[in-house]
Every structure is written in structure tokens, then in C-alpha cells.
Design a protein around this ligand. Structure first.
Ligand SMILES: NC(=O)c1ccc[n+]([C@@H]2O[C@H](COP(=O)([O-])OP(=O)(O)OC[C@H]3O[C@@H](n4cnc5c(N)ncnc54)[C@H](O)[C@@H]3O)[C@@H](O)[C@H]2O)c1
Length: 250
């Protein structure tokens, strides 16, 4: 299989190394700030010829890059994307669904930094309420650390509005909204806590006869991504590409 990368930072590099380890090929790396990617072709803009010979593109750049490159990618390939706050734009989500139907290609939504997205999607018909609280350091949220001496709620409202306010930090909220009851009904809370060096998420789901609460915490490695996400991204790529014999967790 040939896998292309839109974005070659923390997640992109980890997944590209995994792709090579699997015996698959890195078709291209598209990242305007990268000059070399282990011998794979590096492009600054989307390249139709490369996309036409690619099976899957992994987007791990940012929401604006996903939106800007979506049409070119989905015309030729399936897409596994991490910058899910892009889908809080209702028109873009509707367009993405239409383009998938037209082209027969799939947008894969990975569980990323959290767990249980499959379970939430499975139960979505009977789920009535979903809330997510994310606690990160002010720095990780892109806020000025000097302004926060104690845990402070910096956002409370719909996931749609959270995606607008913190587009780089609430991709997991967007993932849960997509899997569950949508961007307007899902409630988001973001806490800036100067004492933490983790990204922590508490997801509460209630519905007809069901109740789940998920607590997920992962140390940060600097930037927006915790140590768990690159591992989970490699697992998602394995599930998308398939081909391994043995036990499969679905
Ligand atoms: N869904 C999740 O659970 C989850 C978890 C962690 C991170 N994320 C998101 O995944 C994305 C990648 O995370 P990361 O930690 O690898 O980030 P990173 O900052 O380490 O890497 C991002 C890369 O994208 C590149 N880039 C910037 N603009 C670009 C453009 N226009 N076109 C192509 N490349 C561009 C940058 O040069 C950089 O190399 C971010 O949007 C992040 O918020 C999602």
C-alpha cells in the first residue's frame, strides 16, 4: 500500500516510520516546513499525480490544511484525519459526506488521544447526552501561563463553539461529536491547570439504559499531542490497512 502524509510533525513522523516497518510505502509527504522525509517525495502543495497513485492519505497537519486539501485527496484516496475540528464547520462536513458518496472514498476518524469512539458510535441512536472536560496546562492550550495560577475553566459551551475557540486542542471533542450526537448537542468544557503536565479528558455519556464515563490521561511531549496519540495513530493505520493475521480488536 502507498500512504501519503499531509503534515509531518509528531504524529506524521511516528506513523510514517510505522508504515515503513509494516513493509508499506510512504507515497509522499506534503508539509511546507519539511525538506526531507527519509527519501520519500516531499511536496509543498497537493500533487494530483502522486495522489492518483496513493491508497490512503494521513492528515496530521491542522484543520485549515485538511479543508484546503480535502477535495484533491478524496477524489483519489481514502483519508484518515486527525484535525477533526475542521468538521465543526457544518458546510464542510456536509460537503465531505457528499464527496465521499460521490467518489466512493472513506474518511476514517481515528480515536486519537481518547478511547471508546467506536462504542459511542455504536450507541449513538440511544445516547441522549454527552459531555467532555479537557484539562491541559495553559501553555498546551496556547494561553499565557503567567495568567493562570490555579485551575480555571476557560471554555464551557457547545462542542461546535469549542472547536472555533480552541481548534488545535479539542480534536477529541470533535471526534466524540462526530461519533455521537453532533457538535451542537455535545457539551465541551476546557480547563487550564498550571499544575499539570498531562492532557486529560473525561467523557460522560448517558442514554436510554446506558451510562459510560471514560477518564483518559496522557503525558504531553510538548505541543498539542500526548504520548499516547502517535501509538493510537499507528494502531488506526493498521486497522484501516488490514492485512495482519491473528487477533484483531474491532
Ligand atoms: N484527533 C486527535 O485525537 C488528535 C490528537 C493529537 C493531535 N491532533 C491533531 O493532529 C494534528 C497533528 O498533530 P501533531 O502533534 O503531529 O502536530 P505537529 O505540530 O507536531 O505537526 C504538524 C505538522 O503540520 C505541518 N503543517 C502546517 N501547516 C501545514 C499545511 N498547510 N500543509 C501541510 N502541513 C502543514 C507542520 O509543519 C508540522 O510539521 C494537529 O491538528 C493536532 O491538533 C489530533
Amino acid at each position: 500500500m502507498r500512504i501519503g502524509f499531509l503534515g509531518y510533525g509528531k504524529i506524521g513522523k511516528a506513523v510514517a516510520a510505522h508504515v515503513i516497518e509494516r513493509g508499506d510505502e510512504v507515497a509522499f509527504v506534503q508539509d511546507p516546513f519539511v525538506a526531507e522525509a527519509g527519501g520519500a517525495p516531499v511536496v509543498a502543495e497537493s500533487d494530483e499525480a502522486l495522489l492518483a497513485s496513493t491508497d490512503l492519505v494521513v492528515e496530521c497537519a491542522m484543520a485549515s490544511a485538511l479543508k484546503a486539501n480535502f477535495d484533491a485527496i478524496i477524489e483519489h484516496c481514502d483519508l484518515l484525519c486527525f484535525s477533526l475540528t475542521a468538521f465543526a464547520d457544518e458546510a464542510f462536513l456536509a460537503h465531505a459526506r457528499e464527496e465521499c458518496a460521490r467518489t466512493g472514498h472513506t474518511v476514517f476518524v481515528p480515536h486519537g488521544a481518547i478511547l471508546g469512539l467506536d462504542g459511542i458510535a455504536d450507541g449513538s441512536r440511544i445516547i441522549e447526552s454527552v459531555s467532555i472536560t479537557t484539562t491541559k496546562s495553559p501553555k498546551s492550550l496556547g494561553l499565557n501561563p503567567e495568567e493562570y495560577s490555579e485551575p480555571t475553566v476557560v471554555f464551557e459551551g457547545s462542542t461546535r463553539d469549542a472547536c472555533g475557540a480552541f481548534p488545535r486542542n479539542v480534536n477529541v471533542h470533535a471526534a466524540v461529536a462526530l461519533a455521537g450526537i453532533g457538535f451542537d448537542k455535545t457539551c465541551s468544557r476546557i480547563v487550564a491547570d498550571p499544575s499539570v503536565s498531562t492532557n486529560a479528558h473525561v467523557i460522560s455519556v448517558k442514554g436510554e439504559g446506558i451510562e459510560f464515563e471514560l477518564h483518559i490521561s496522557s503525558f504531553t511531549t510538548g505541543g498539542v499531542t500526548g504520548i499516547y496519540t502517535p501509538l493510537s495513530a499507528c494502531g488506526s493505520v493498521d486497522r484501516v490497512l488490514g492485512g495482519a493475521a491473528g487477533l484483531a480488536f474491532v
